[in-house]
Design a protein. Structure first.
Length: 345
């Protein structure tokens, strides 16, 4: 290598090190003695809350200044209240992180009037795991597989949180794509409340991620009180080899497309963490780096393993690309998804 290119490389590396040192020094000064608040859009005890509290226990060590992390639950309207708050009221200063559900970005595209944000303008930090939606039904329903569900004499009552959430959207997509007799009852605020309602006989069950259900509903799943009767991702989960997968039962191109756009694509960004619009880029970069470092932390991974929480992170950069791509969806499919997923007010 000639002296000139070598000098150029050294110069670039030197500038990078100076920028990194400057960012660290700024972060140390800014975050020291501060509280970092993480707002969860769903109730305590559910999957979103469980993942967030685990992350909150470890992320501070990777943020210069080591702020105190505080988890706040801001429930309502299937996560819309928290999402609207993050977009319109939270200060873009790097002290407030939002954890709501990816399906709300699609709800914006579909024209949900309750949404007061533009998903293209959030700053995305990352996702701890790609979701694998499943449907769990209580034993008293007598349903053990998709064929028995399709043959049910009356609609099965499933709990919902609100439009834009997997718990509400996934079963509605499955009903349209596979002809499943079901009725979604929204308003449960989170899977913790939904589980209690199902155990009390008020509901037949619900549909949300296996990663969450196997942990938060472990007792009922392991005892057989709840049966996983259907999964809904492009490929079967390794732990659910004997459970029917929705994609294997589609009969039309439209049904296949509904599963892809209504469930598969949004599952990748279901559990994202975000910052308000106009958050400084250096802050976004710092928190993205801290998030991914947390995902590799040995103590974090050990605690996740003990709690049976899967970790398969998605970077903030990838989340940003996925969100931008969602806004390029075909108009015909948007219309069909809107018919299925957006409530008639």
């Amino acid at each position: 290598m000639s002296r000139k290119p070598l000098n150029s490389v050294i110069l670039v590396m030197g500038i990078a090190l100076l920028v990194a040192a400057s960012t660290t020094a700024w972060g140390e000064e800014f975050y020291k003695g501060k509280n970092l608040r993480i707002i969860v859009a769903f109730s305590p005890g559910g999957g979103f809350d469980t993942y967030t509290r685990l992350i909150a226990r470890h992320i501070s060590k990777y943020i210069p200044g080591h702020p105190t992390t505080i988890v706040q639950n801001m429930t309502g309207a299937g996560g819309i209240i928290a999402a609207n708050y993050m977009y319109n009221k939270a200060k873009p200063d790097g002290l407030t992180i939002g954890n709501f559900i990816g399906g709300l970005v699609q709800q914006q595209i579909l024209g949900n009037k309750g949404i007061k944000f533009d998903g293209r303008n959030f700053e995305w930090i990352g996702v701890p795991v790609v979701d694998h939606p499943v449907c769990g039904l209580t034993k008293v329903t007598g349903i053990k597989n998709i064929k028995e569900w399709q043959a049910a004499k009356k609609p099965i009552k499933l709990g919902g949180i609100g439009p834009g959430g997997t718990v509400s959207d996934a079963p509605r997509i499955l009903a349209a794509a596979l002809g499943l007799p079901l009725r979604v009852i929204d308003g449960y605020g989170g899977t913790a409340k939904l589980r209690l309602a199902a155990e009390a006989g008020e509901l037949a069950g619900g549909c949300w991620s296996w990663q969450s259900m196997k942990v938060t509903w472990r007792r009922m799943v392991e005892s057989g009180g709840v049966r996983i009767v259907l999964q809904a991702m492009d490929k079967k989960h390794p732990e659910l080899g004997n459970v029917d997968n929705a994609i294997d039962f589609v009969k039309t191109d439209e049904a296949r497309a509904l599963l892809k756009y209504g469930i598969h694509d949004t599952a990748t960004i279901t559990r994202f963490y975000s910052l308000p619009p106009r958050t400084p880029k250096k802050t976004v970069k710092l928190l993205r780096k801290a998030f991914m470092a947390t995902m590799r932390d040995r103590e974090f991974l050990s605690e996740a393993k003990k709690s049976q929480l899967e970790i398969a992170p998605v970077t903030g950069e990838r989340v940003e690309k996925i969100v931008q791509g969602m806004f390029k969806l075909d108009k015909k499919m948007i219309t069909r998804l809107k018919e299925i997923l957006v409530p008639k007010l």
